[in-house]
Design a protein around this ligand. Structure first.
Ligand code: UDX
Ligand code: ADP
Length: 446
C-alpha cells in the first residue's frame, strides 16, 4: 500500500520531531501534525526560534519541510479523514487516582484519541501507537475503534519511540533500530510493510525489526528499564565510593571498558529524570504485579527506589555541609531541565533537590539556560505541597545572564555545557554531574 497522507495526533516532544523527520525524508508523503491544544499548533507554525520543543537540529528540519509536505493543523477531523496512516503521539502520564494510581499509565488521552479516529474515519486506516503504552494497549485501542465505528477496518501497529531528548534529531536520522509490531494476519503484515516502506526511505532495512505487537510494546518498556537500571547501578556504587575512597568516574571507566558491558549510561548523576524512565518502569512493575510476578516487580521497582535515594542523598549532602540547617543560606540551583540540551523539565531531579533545600530553610535561586521561567514556576506549583508564593518567599528564578548575589553554594544538577565556563570564584560547588575540575568542587560520589 502506498501511503500518501500521514496524520499524527499529538504535537509534543515525540510527535513534533518524529513527524518533522519523516516529512523531511519522505517528500512524497504529506505529513500533518494535529493537536487539541491550538497554542501548540500556533507555536509550531510560528518563528523557528520559538518552536514548542527545543532540540538541536529541529529548527533546520522544520525550516526545510514546513509548508512543503509538513503541516501543523488544528483540524483534527479533516486530517484523520484524509490520512491512510495515523500516528498516536499523545501524552501517557502515570495515573494519579483510581486503580493502579502512582503506577499504571493514564490512558485517557489515548482513549480520547482512539474515539476521535473512530468518529472521523470514513475509510480503512493503519493506526500506530507511538506513545509509550502498557503492554496489550493495542487490544484496547482496537476495541474502542471497533465499538465506535462501522464497516471500517483498523489495523493497529506498535512503533515505539526510542529517541532521547537533546539528541532526538540525530536519533531519528540514525536509529539503532526501528521496531514495528503488527498482527500476524495477512492484513496485519500488509500494514507492517506499509510502515517499513516509510522508514526504508532513510533507515537501512536490516535495522528495521518487525515483531508481534506485544513484543514491540514490551521491548520499549524493557529497553528503558534496562537503561535506567544501569544508571541506578552506577549511582548506587557512587554511594559506596564515597565511603571507601574509590572514584566513581574511574570505576565507570574501568567497568565500561569491558566490551560486554560497554561505556554508555554509566555516568553517575543526581538521578535520572525525564518523562519516560520512571513512568515506563512503573508500568513494568504494575504489569508484573498484575500477573502475580511479585519478585520480578520488586526487582524493577528497586531501580526507582535507588534513583529516589540518589536525589535525596545529593540534597542531604548540601544540608549536612551547613550543619543540618539552611536558614539564611542562599543556594543557587544550576539546571532545571532533566538533562542538557532540552527545555523539558518533566521529572527532573532539580525539582526534588530544590524542594528539599527549600524545606531545610534555604533561599533558592534557580537558573537554567533553556527552561522558561513559566515552566519552572508551574513545576514548582505542580510538585511541591507547600508552594513558595512569591519571589520574596525564598525562591527566585533567574533569567538571561544570571547574576548570583552572595550565594553560599551552587548545586549543579543539569550537565549544561555553559556551566563549565562559569566563574564560581571561591564558592562551594556541589556538582551532581561531575563536569568541573576545580579544587573546591565537591562531586557526588567522591
Ligand atoms: C529515554 C531513552 O534513552 C529513549 O530511548 C526513550 O525513547 C525515552 O527515554 P530521555 O529520557 O529523553 O530518553 O533521555 P536519556 O538520555 O535516556 O536520559 C534520561 C535520564 O538519565 C536523564 O536525566 C539523564 O541525565 C540521565 N542519565 C543518562 C544519567 O544520569 N546517567 C547516564 O549515564 C545517562
Ligand atoms: P510526549 O512527550 O509524549 O510527546 P507531550 O505532552 O509533549 O508528550 O505531547 C502530547 C501532546 O498530545 C500534547 O500537545 C497534547 O495537547 C496532545 N493531546 C493529548 N490528547 C490529545 C487528543 N485527544 N487529541 C489531540 N491532541 C491531544
Amino acid at each position: 500500500m502506498q501511503i500518501k497522507n500521514i496524520c499524527c495526533i499529538g504535537a509534543g516532544y515525540v510527535g513534533g520531531p518524529t513527524m518533522a523527520v519523516i516529512a523531511l525524508k519522505c517528500p512524497h508523503i504529506n505529513v500533518t501534525v494535529v493537536d487539541a491544544n491550538p497554542e501548540r499548533i500556533k507555536a509550531w507554525n510560528g518563528p523557528l526560534n520559538a518552536l514548542p520543543v527545543y532540540e538541536p537540529g529541529l529548527a533546520e528540519v522544520v525550516k526545510e519541510a514546513r509548508g512543503r509536505n509538513l503541516f501543523f493543523s488544528e483540524d483534527i477531523s479533516g486530517n484523520i479523514e484524509r490520512a491512510e496512516m495515523i500516528f498516536m503521539a499523545v501524552n501517557t502520564p502515570t495515573k494519579t487516582e483510581g486503580e493502579g494510581a502512582g503506577m499504571a499509565a493514564d490512558l485517557r488521552y489515548v482513549e480520547a484519541c482512539a474515539k476521535d479516529i473512530a468518529k472521523y474515519s470514513k475509510s480503512d486506516k493503519i493506526v500506530i501507537e507511538k506513545s509509550t503504552l502498557p503492554v496489550r494497549t493495542a487490544e484496547k485501542i482496537k476495541e474502542i475503534l471497533e465499538e465506535n465505528s462501522t464497516n471500517i477496518h483498523f489495523e493497529i501497529l506498535s512503533n515505539p519511540e526510542f529517541l532521547a531528548e537533546g539528541t532526538a534529531i540525530q536519533d531519528l536520522f540514525k536509529s539503532d533500530r526501528v521496531l514495528i509490531g503488527g498482527d500476524e494476519t495477512e492484513s496485519g503484515q500488509k500494514a507492517v510493510q506499509a510502515l517499513v516502506d516509510v522508514y526504508a526511505n532513510w533507515i537501512p532495512e536490516e535495522k528495521i525489526l518487525t515483531t508481534n505487537v506485544w513484543s514491540s510494546e514490551l521491548a520499549k518498556l524493557a529497553s528503558n528499564a534496562m537503561l535506567a537500571q544501569r544508571i541506578s547501578s552506577i549511582n548506587s556504587l557512587s554511594a559506596l565510593c564515597e565511603k571507601t575512597g574509590a572514584n566513581i568516574d574511574e570505576l565507570s571507566k574501568a567497568i565500561g571498558m569491558d566490551h560486554r558491558i560497554g561505556p554508555y549510561f554509566l555516568k553517575a548523576s543526581v538521578g535520572f529524570g525525564g518523562s519516560c524512565f520512571q513512568k515506563d518502569i512503573l508500568n513494568l512493575v504494575y504489569l508484573c504485579k498484575y500477573y502475580g510476578l511479585d519478585e520480578v516487580a520488586e526487582y524493577w521497582h528497586q531501580v526507582i527506589k535507588i534513583n529516589d535515594y540518589q536525589k535525596d542523598r545529593f540534597a542531604q549532602k548540601i544540608i549536612d555541609h551547613f550543619g543540618g540547617d539552611l536558614t539564611g543560606k542562599r543556594i543557587a540551583i544550576l539546571g532545571w531541565a532533566f538533562k542538557a540540551n532540552t527545555n523539558d523539565s518533566r521529572e527532573s531531579a532539580a525539582i526534588y533537590v530544590a524542594e528539599k533545600l527549600h524545606k531545610a530553610g534555604a533561599t533558592i535561586e534557580i537558573y537554567d539556560p533553556m527552561v522558561s521561567e513559566d515552566s519552572i514556576y508551574s513545576d514548582v506549583r505542580f510538585y511541591w505541597k507547600e508552594i513558595p508564593k512569591t519571589h520574596k518567599d525564598r525562591f527566585d528564578v533567574l533569567k538571561g545572564s544570571p547574576n548570583f548575589n552572595n550565594v553560599d553554594a551552587f548545586a549543579i544538577v543539569t550537565e549544561w555545557e555553559a556551566f563549565k565556563h562559569f566563574d564560581f570564584k571561591k564558592s562551594m560547588v556541589f556538582d551532581g554531574r561531575n563536569i568541573l575540575e576545580k579544587k573546591e568542587v565537591t562531586h557526588l560520589g567522591k
